[in-house]
Design a protein around this ligand. Structure first.
Ligand code: GDP
Length: 304
């Protein structure tokens, strides 16, 4: 992820090396190259526009530093603006002050929700919590089973509508809203302090899916609704994120498949477009391929 963007930016900055002073023409040329690199990385156009405007304004402005040469100064500005576009501060889960914390995962089918549920449960358990996974994806064949496998790996119990789902492709029936409510009741009675609700996705944004997620959200009033998005989907990321933001609403974003060789535009656009923080990054299929998203570290990785 970001390899190509990193290389392009490094090349751009190399051209500035050794310059004693940057003219307006230097800054314009640099801004143009950065703009092209970002567009080629699938970053959304409005995001690129704002980013470039900021860079130019600051580079042309009177930010004179004794310690940095002009080239280093541009790198510093780009770094700071990248951190900003990625959300600035690290945002962590806000747990309920009393009682059970409810986390709900939403997103398209294949985004990586069920995989993430296991990872999140594993992480929370390592942090001393006693999570319960709740299987509300009653749409996708095998989703419940997959969550049960993930729960087993994480050493975290799973609440499912049919505890005995045995046939490999059986789709359990039931009302996802009721399952969510029953799952929370189960958590309360068995002293689980965090509930992670896995919900159904579809291949594309559709009304029924939105309504179901909305109904679950309204019924359980989660502390966090995490929108899970595959970073590989490129330009579609923006429209999908907007649809979920308007249709269901969410409090944070999880980027998955950051281990892939996608160009990274989703990571750089989603925060700006939705105004919601990126909270976690998923970087593989294993339980531990998962990290808290730190905007500053991600920016450094891009500029390394
Ligand atoms: P869901 O439909 O949203 O529940 O998606 P799944 O959790 O079933 O994930 C869809 C596919 O993506 C599965 O094959 C996962 O193993 C895979 N996957 C999930 N997260 C990641 C990730 O961070 N990196 C990679 N490479 N694959 C992932």
């Amino acid at each position: 992820m970001f390899n190509s963007l990193s290389d392009r930016l490094a090349n751009t900055f190399r051209n500035l090396k050794g310059k004693g002073r940057l003219t307006e023409a230097d800054i314009d040329a640099t801004a143009r190259e950065i703009r092209r690199a970002l567009l080629d990385a699938d970053v959304a156009v409005p995001v690129v526009r704002q980013f470039i405007a900021q860079i130019k304004e600051r580079a042309l402005g009177a930010e004179v530093s004794q310690a940095l040469n002009p080239g280093q100064q541009v790198v510093k500005i780009v770094n700071e603006e990248l951190v900003e576009i990625l959300g600035g501060e690290t945002r962590r889960i806000q747990h309920a002050k009393t009682g059970t914390t409810v986390l709900m995962l939403v997103g398209l089918q294949g985004a990586g929700k069920t995989t993430l549920a296991g990872k999140l449960a594993h992480q929370l358990k390592s942090d001393g919590h006693t999570p319960l996974l709740v299987a509300c994806d009653l749409q996708r064949p095998n989703a419940v089973k997959q969550l049960q496998v993930g729960g087993e790996r994480a050493g975290v119990p799973v609440f499912a509508p049919h505890p005995g789902v045995s046939s490999e492709f059986e789709v359990p029936t039931g009302d996802p809203v009721q399952v969510a409510l029953d799952g929370i009741a189960e958590a309360n009675s068995k002293y689980h302090d965090v509930v992670i609700i896995d919900t159904a996705g579809r291949l594309g944004v559709d009304q029924e899916l939105m309504q179901q997620a909305k109904d679950i959200r309204a019924a359980v009033n989660p502390n966090e609704v995490l929108f899970v998005i595959d970073a590989m989907i490129g330009q579609d990321a923006v429209a999908t994120a907007q649809a979920f933001n308007e249709g269901v609403g969410f409090t944070g974003v999880v980027l998955t498949k950051l281990d892939g060789d996608a160009r990274g535009g989703a990571a750089l656009s989603v925060r700006h477009v939705t105004g919601k923080p990126i909270m976690f990054a998923s970087t593989g299929e294993g339980l531990k391929d998962f990290e808290v998203f730190h905007p500053d570290r991600m920016a450094s990785r891009i500029l390394d």
